[in-house]
Design a protein around this ligand. Structure first.
Ligand code: SF4
Length: 367
């Protein structure tokens, strides 16, 4: 058939410079990437690779691993080689681990050159080694570890303070001709964070890595990240994203992917269009929606399934979906592409929807 037009987005991407983290393109010519970070001890190679495999399966594009000790640095070559997705080594202060990560074949290193300079000025050698190996860098400015000089100047971690720090850190690499880095300016307050990224987006062409730091437990962290990323992505700002949750990293990837899918910045997969229920509902919509969602989890096709509690909006939504149910009188009318194909008792709605979904999915292309 005819190739369909790409779905509409709220704003064109901000133009940025381009580079790669391993095989993944970074910047405005590439899709926005979802990142997460392992919670295993990096030197526990099997557990770390296991978690990376789970993150990859959940849709993670790039994974970051902490590298606080010699043992962790020694594990990097195997992890970088066996991981299905590019690995970023997260390093604070110790230049020797930066060199180790570059030699290990990591796709990128997260390091703030300002920290390295304080202890041992090897920024120039790091830039040269990274260039030789095709390794990129992320400069990660964080409100919690802002330069004391800037804290003093601004009184606290304001957007302007975060951005001044980022621009200074960027200059430490750029003065050595090294340009393959993205920048993050994280804060736990979405309002400060959004403003900081807006300012940074105007100050240069660096790809930007979005994050609300210490966003909190799953529910609060999801809301903070979704609102902040939404505000930025809707202006075309943001090239990689990481949702930080006090929850297993697979959850971060699911939330990150859903944010991109919601804004048409990543192809939508399974989408459940379910009603909130109301006094008209003639079935238990919450349970129905949960059971259908659980039954179809992990589907790789762009299937829209409508789960509607009554016949007021039910048939309309069900018609727009690939598949749907509109319930009434303890029964469910099952719709496929707008046609009622059968009516089943309430107890058979879930199994019928799942059966039909599987049948339709077999005929669809995975996204
Ligand atoms: Fe209420 Fe029916 Fe709308 Fe669901 S579909 S919210 S039950 S009117």
């Amino acid at each position: 058939g005819m190739p369909s037009a790409p779905p509409p987005v709220l704003s064109p991407r901000r133009r940025t410079r381009q580079f790669n983290v391993g095989k993944v393109g970074i910047g405005s010519d590439s899709p926005i990437s979802v990142q997460s970070m392992t919670t295993t001890k990096t030197h526990d190679i099997n557990s770390t690779l296991q978690q990376i495999a789970e993150l990859t399966a959940a849709g993670c594009d790039i994974v970051r691993v902490a590298c606080p000790t010699d043992k962790d640095a020694e594990a990097l070559p195997i992890i970088a080689r066996k991981s299905q997705i590019p690995v970023i080594a997260d390093i604070h202060f110790q230049p020797k681990y930066v060199f180790a990560a570059i030699e290990a074949g990591c796709g990128a290193v997260r390091v703030n050159p300002g920290n390295i300079r304080k202890f041992d000025d090897q920024v120039k050698e790091i830039a040269a080694a990274a260039k030789d190996h095709g390794t990129s860098i992320r400069i990660g400015v964080n409100a919690g570890s802002l330069d004391p000089r800037l804290l003093q100047k601004y009184g606290k971690a304001t957007p302007e303070a975060l951005v001044e720090s980022a621009i200074w850190e960027a200059s430490l690499f750029e003065e050595h001709g090294f340009r393959d880095f993205k920048i993050s300016v994280k804060h736990n307050d979405p309002v400060v964070m959004v403003r900081a990224y807006e300012l940074l987006a105007e100050a240069g062409d660096w790809p930007l890595h979005l994050g609300v730091t210490e966003a909190g437990p799953a529910f609060q962290g999801t809301i903070k990240s979704a609102t902040a990323f939404g505000a930025l992505l809707s202006q075309g700002i943001g090239d990689t994203i990481r949702v930080s949750l006090s929850a297993p990293p697979v959850e971060e990837v699911k939330v990150g992917s859903q944010i991109l899918e919601a804004l048409n910045l990543r192809p939508r997969k399974l989408e459940i269009v379910s009603c909130p229920s109301c006094g008209r509902a003639q079935v238990d919509v919450y349970t129905l929606a949960d059971e259908v969602t659980a039954g179809l989890e992990g589907m790789e096709v762009p299937l829209r399934v409508a789960v509607m509690g009554c016949v007021v909006n039910g048939p309309g939504e069900a018609r727009d979906a690939d598949l749907g149910v509109a319930s009434g009188n303890g029964k469910g009318q099952i719709f496929v592409k707008g046609e009622v194909i059968k009516t089943v008792p309430e107890s058979e709605i879930v199994e019928t929807l799942i059966e039909e979904a599987m049948r339709i999915a077999e005929e669809m292309e995975p996204v």
